[in-house]
Design a protein around this ligand. Structure first.
Ligand code: CTP
Ligand code: MG
Length: 193
C-alpha cells in the first residue's frame, strides 16, 4: 500500500483509529463486566486478592469480543477517509484480537500490581490506570502482530517517525478521562477514573 501525504491532524486521527479496538475493549468490559472474578476470589501470597473483583471473566471475554466487533465495523462500515491510510495487515482480525485482548491483559496486569501495593479495587493509580491497556495492546501486537506494530508505531510508517507513538502518549489520557467521566455519569463505572 502506498501512503499519501497526510496532515498532522490526520496522523493523530489515523493513530487513534488504529487503537479503537483497544480503547473500546476496555469500555465494553466496564459495561458487560460482572459475575465470577478471574481470580475466583483467591489471594496471592501476601494475603491480598490476586486481581480483585473488578476483573471478571465476563469483562475479559465480552471486552475481547467487543473489540473484535469494533474492528469488524471499522473495516466494513468505517469512514472512507481512513481506508487510504489504514492497513490492518494480512490478518485484520488477528490485529483486532491482539489489540482488544492485549488491552484487557494490560488492565489485569495493572490490577495485579495495584493489589500488590495494597490498593483496593477501584483505587486510583494515575499512570497505571491511563496507560495499562495501551501498553498491553502494544506489547501483544508487537509480539504476535507480524510487523504491524513496527510499521505503524515505530517509524515504519513513511516519514512520520515516532509521531504516532507520541500521539498515543498525549491523546490517551484525554480520551481515557473523557470516556470514564461519561461512563461514570451513565452509571457503568463506579468511579470517574
Ligand atoms: N471489568 C470487568 N472485567 C475486566 C475489566 C473490567 O468486569 N476484565 C469491569 C469491572 O466491573 C470493573 C470495571 O469494568 O469494576 C472498571 O474497570 P477498572 O477500572 O479496570 O476496574 P476497577 O474496578 O477500578 O478495579 P482495579 O482497581 O482492579 O483497576
Ligand atoms: Mg479502575
Amino acid at each position: 500500500m502506498t501512503v499519501v501525504a497526510i496532515t498532522p491532524l490526520g496522523i493523530v486521527l489515523v493513530t487513534v483509529w488504529h487503537m479503537l479496538p483497544a480503547y473500546l475493549a476496555n469500555t465494553i468490559a466496564s459495561i458487560v463486566g460482572g459475575g465470577a472474578p478471574i481470580d475466583y476470589g483467591r489471594n496471592w501470597r501476601d494475603g491480598r486478592r490476586i486481581l480483585g473483583d473488578g476483573k471478571t471473566w465476563r469483562g475479559l471475554v465480552g471486552g475481547t469480543l467487543g473489540g473484535l466487533l469494533v474492528g469488524h465495523f471499522q473495516i466494513t462500515t468505517g469512514s472512507s477517509f481512513f481506508s487510504g491510510y489504514v492497513s490492518w495487515g494480512s490478518s485484520p482480525y488477528l490485529i483486532f484480537f491482539l489489540l482488544a485482548f492485549g488491552a484487557l491483559v494490560g488492565d489485569m496486569a495493572a490490577s495485579f500490581i495495584k493489589r500488590r501495593q495494597g490498593q483496593e479495587r477501584g483505587a486510583k493509580s494515575p499512570l497505571l490506570d491511563i496507560y495499562d491497556f495501551i501498553i498491553g495492546a502494544l506489547v501483544l501486537t508487537g509480539l504476535f502482530g507480524g510487523g504491524w506494530l513496527e510499521y505503524w508505531f515505530f517509524g515504519g510508517w513513511p516519514s512520520h517517525g515516532w509521531v504516532p507513538l507520541i500521539t498515543l502518549v498525549i491523546a490517551t489520557p484525554i480520551l481515557h478521562r473523557s470516556v470514564n467521566i461519561l461512563g461514570y455519569k451513565l452509571g457503568v463505572k463506579q468511579v470517574p477514573w
